[in-house]
Design a protein around this ligand. Structure first.
Ligand code: SF4
Length: 306
């Protein structure tokens, strides 16, 4: 077990009597006892603590295509874990029970984990990286996928697991919103074999209105991941009337082709009403139309959730 309430975070500095977290573009400035936008990183007595270190909300052994990754060890399975919290606040979050809350019971969380740690609340201990590696090896999968909630806000835990996973010959996969600063990304990416990065829309106005963030850091991270030699696939959740018009789909596909490469897989995923947003679900016809548009620019476009 690890002590998840006192694990010192990386990437922060003192500013007077407060601390500045420099892990993600929010750059939260936190007074004593305050927690960041992500709900897990906290100023405790003038030190930034990686709250939730080792806490697992969900655990499953999934087909790798479910991440989704269609062109990275197809047909294999991967041990998949999630924690709590997120540095975005998407109104349409499909995993909001674990991303927008901290410390609820596992039964309420996405993925229906089964390792006995998910029902714990912050402060009750968590899994050590060595325990996670043991679970991953026992699962028989090719490695570990850090997924379900936003893994980048658990930077220290993902990094520590990823180091041990590589030593054990396991692959590391991140399923992420890509909202991280370039310096910590530079430290993490050499440990990561493959990523699915969620680009929610090519328009910054969409990120501001619906996610509580900006698109530019996400795009920069995707370029950084490709430059680091990682296998990268992109997901775009199509929400009718909000981010699925032809010009948005084409602009995203063109950006991917021009900046990540034409062979970068794009997953166009259907939205279902979740959390705070209640627009009608994406129809099969809408996904098919976007698929046709994107295929004019990219070699591998997949339809998801249909
Ligand atoms: S990781 Fe959390 S605490 Fe740090 S800047 Fe981002 S939202 Fe704020």
């Amino acid at each position: 077990m690890s002590d998840n309430q006192s694990h010192l975070a990386s990437d922060w500095r003192s500013e007077g009597d407060r601390v500045r977290c420099e892990l993600c573009p929010h750059r939260c400035l936190l007074g004593d006892g305050q927690v960041g936008v992500c709900r897990v990183r906290r100023n405790m007595n003038g030190r930034l603590v990686a709250g939730g270190y080792g806490l697992v909300s969900s655990e499953n052994v999934d087909p790798i295509e479910k991440k989704p990754l269609n062109r990275f060890y197809p047909g294999e399975r991967i041990y998949s874990i999630g924690g709590w919290g997120c540095n975005f606040s998407c109104s349409f979050c499909q995993n909001w029970t674990i991303s927008q809350q901290v410390g609820i019971s596992r039964e309420q969380g996405a993925g229906g984990g089964a390792n006995g740690a998910g029902s714990e609340e912050l402060g009750e201990g968590g899994n050590s990286p060595a325990e996670i590696i043991e679970h991953a090896i026992r699962s028989g999968g090719i490695g570990i996928a850090y997924t379900y909630n936003e893994p980048l806000i658990s930077f220290e835990f993902v990094r520590d697991c990823a180091i041990l996973a590589h030593e054990a010959g396991l692959k590391n996969v991140l399923v992420t919103n890509g909202y991280i600063n370039s310096k910590p990304a530079e430290e993490l990416l050499p440990l990561i074999d493959a990523l699915n990065i969620d680009i929610k829309c090519i328009d910054d106005s969409f990120y501001v209105a619906h996610c509580g963030g900006h698109v530019r850091p996400v795009l920069d991270f995707a370029v950084q991941a490709v430059s680091a030699g990682c296998h990268v696939e992109i997901t775009n959740l199509l929400i009718p009337g909000l981010n699925d018009n032809d010009s948005q789909v084409v602009a995203l596909a063109e950006w991917i082709a021009n900046n990540l490469g034409r062979k970068t897989p794009l997953h166009l995923s259907a939205y279902y009403p979740q959390f705070k947003l209640n627009v009608p679900a994406t129809t099969l016809q809408q996904v098919q139309h976007a698929h046709e548009l994107a295929l004019q620019h990219l070699a591998h476009v997949y339809m998801g959730n249909v």
